[in-house]
Design a protein around this ligand. Structure first.
Ligand SMILES: N[C@@H](CCC[C@H](N)C(=O)O)C(=O)O
Length: 290
């Protein structure tokens, strides 16, 4: 482990918060242990995950996207595990690239493990990302919290989700531990679990237990999964009608607006903010190496 100070920024999208580690040349040894320490809310900086900002050309998982997107969002969950995609993360990542002067304001392409995502930074502070298409495998699971169980819809947004419609968000309990789900084999790599209630026509609210991070105050891929699951439950499919459909999804940290287009592409809009910049103490950093 290098003993040089490590630059970081802190940002959030609807209070899904991230530590951004700029590392253009992929020179930082970002071990799972270091990510977990950095994300620790008492002993570290605190965050739901890390956005490791690397030039696509410098990262073996992103080199093939370098012609389309100069920057790769190497996403890590708070426990140090790797995830395919992070919807709020990619919006905050684009905000960081603009803030750092690494891209022109407006339209930005970001490489992720889920492919290249196109992001639009609007002048009013909103950030819209084209998330790609949802995949809805037939096999779902039953989700259980204490003495209540619900069937959950399986939605893949590049990463796995189980969406359960519940009567009351309080029924999800404290979400300090992962809810039970069965059969577990449906999600061999784990799953993000959303609990959803109706708020009005095409308007829902959710809580989420994120794989690798416990309950977070927002999850962008989760909000997209919820919007698609709610639309299908409501008998709405833009591919069949040729008309886009928009759902408003309230999360604990704000509101996301999700539109599914007739070709299946999903667009998500919400705020993305850079809060702070700093340097991690090299002495603290070197403790992770022992
Ligand atoms: N908060 C994210 C999702 C982050 C990854 C997730 N925990 C996983 O392991 O799949 C979002 O905004 O999408």
């Amino acid at each position: 482990m290098s003993t040089a100070p490590l630059a970081f920024l802190k940002g959030h999208g609807t209070e899904n918060d991230f530590v951004i580690v700029p590392d253009p040349d992929n020179a930082v040894d970002l071990s799972a242990a270091l990510v977990a320490r950095v994300c620790d809310r008492r002993a570290g900086i605190g965050g739901d995950g890390v956005l490791h900002a690397v030039r696509s050309a410098a990262h073996p998982e992103a080199r093939h996207m370098a012609d389309e997107a100069e920057w790769f969002m190497d996403y890590r969950n708070a426990d140090g595990s790797i995830a395919e995609m992070c919807g709020n993360g990619v919006r905050v990542f684009a905000r960081y690239l603009e803030h750092a002067g690494l891209v022109a304001a407006g339209d930005v392409a970001v490489a992720t493990r889920g492919g290249v995502k196109r992001v639009h930074l609007a002048k009013n502070g909103d950030v819209t990302v084209s998330m790609g298409r949802a995949v809805l495998p037939e096999a779902g699971v039953t989700v259980t919290v204490e003495d209540r169980s619900w069937p959950a819809r399986n939605v893949n947004m590049g990463n796995p989700h189980a969406v359960a419609f519940v009567e009351d968000l309080a029924h999800a309990g404290s979400l300090s531990t992962e809810p039970l789900y069965a059969p577990a084999a449906v999600y061999p790599d784990g799953v993000n679990i959303e609990f959803v209630v109706d708020r009005g026509p095409r308007h829902v609210a959710m809580r989420v237990h994120e794989r690798g991070a416990a309950e977070t105050r927002s999850c962008g891929t989760g909000a997209c999964a919820v919007a698609v699951a709610a639309a299908r439950r409501d008998g709405v499919d833009p591919a069949a009608t040729g008309t886009p459909v928009t759902y408003t999804v309230d999360v604990l940290g704000g509101t996301l607006v999700i539109t599914e287009l007739p070709d299946g592409q999903i667009e998500m809009t919400g705020p993305a903010v850079i809060v702070a910049e700093g340097r991690i103490d090299p002495a603290w950093l070197s403790e992770t190496a022992v």
